[in-house]
Design a protein around this ligand. Structure first.
Ligand code: GUN
Length: 303
């Protein structure tokens, strides 16, 4: 079994972006601008946003965070988005999800300029993905494909199972794998015979947010396992059941352990697998930086 090392691949991608930004700045006098809007105080979202900001700054991206109160009226949030749509120094806008209950996600996202939609979530952008008409993809699905490419894994002809149908991961990634000629089964919480379907799969992608949900007995020997889940566990018995020894050690210091959606015992049956943490997570951040750079190049007409 081979580890698909997201930290290593992400750091190589980031180094390339950093160099390109230096070069573009000398050419144009401009740097890419990324603004992240975060509403409320969801601790996981805050941690993700801080991480994105830190890395963006390290790469020379002009990174801004707009923090808004949890009870902000929809109108004010939309006004803020429209200001950024008109701001020539911001080429990439990200509205961190989930939004607080009182805000309807699509009523908000619909106001984002499609060109500045760095997540590529808007219907027009997802439509281009479905039709295989773009090379800019949502960050996590793009990160998954990049890990496969880096390890020269060709998915053409493989039976792939995508577990999870969110618009952030499952729906776009199922399309992207289909466009690469995999035979994709898209599963979700109502799927009846999931273990049998997983058993058939050469490639398993899990993005559901349930610790250890895909168990070792479901997985075919030699399968490629991609774990998009990032679950925080706070109870010792759960940490002992689901986390690696390294995470069990961390639990003693930090009070939580992190694990994915694929049970750690399944990895020994795989040909390749992504660890959690250190797999898909860092790739998502690296691809956000790459998307920011792509949008910058489109909007300042370098491409
Ligand atoms: N929340 C969890 N993942 C994501 C993501 O990729 N983009 C945004 N905007 N919010 C998220």
């Amino acid at each position: 079994m081979n580890i698909l090392d997201g930290r290593q691949i992400a750091s190589e991608i980031q180094e390339g972006i950093k160099q390109e930004i230096i070069q573009l700045k000398s050419q144009t006098g401009k740097t890419p601008g990324l603004t992240v809007i975060i509403v409320g105080e969801n601790p996981a979202s805050q941690a993700y946003v801080r991480k994105k900001h830190k890395i963006a700054q390290k790469l020379g991206i002009n990174s801004k965070i707009i923090e808004l109160k949890a009870d902000i009226p929809a109108r004010q949030l939309i006004d803020q988005i429209q200001i950024l749509n008109r701001d020539a120094d911001t080429q990439a806008i990200l509205v961190q999800l989930p939004l607080p209950e009182h805000l309807n996600t699509w009523e908000i996202l619909d106001h984002l300029s499609p060109e500045k939609d760095v997540d590529r979530f808007l219907p027009v952008n997802l439509g281009h993905i479905l039709l295989n008409r773009t090379h800019i993809f949502p960050c996590t699905p793009a990160g998954v494909l990049r890990m496969l490419d880096y390890n020269q894994i060709d998915v053409s002809g493989l039976n792939a199972i995508m577990v999870g149908r969110s618009f952030i991961v499952g729906k776009p990634l199922a399309s992207m794998l289909t466009n690469r000629n995999a035979t994709v089964t898209l599963c979700h919480s109502k799927t009846r015979n999931l273990p049998e379907l997983v058993q058939q799969a050469d490639l398993v992608v899990a993005a559901i947010g349930k610790p250890g949900f895909i168990t070792a007995d479901m997985v075919k020997k030699g399968a490629i396992l991609i774990d998009v889940g990032q679950n925080f566990l706070y109870q010792e018995n759960q940490v002992l059941e689901y986390c690696t020894e390294m995470q069990q050690q961390k639990f003693k210091k930090k009070g939580y352990g992190i694990t994915g959606d694929i049970h750690i015992k399944a990895f020994s049956k795989s040909s390749h697998y992504t660890p959690v943490p250190g797999g898909v997570g860092p790739m998502t951040v690296a691809l956000l930086m790459e998307n920011t750079l792509q949008l910058f190049k489109q909007q300042v007409h370098i491409e």
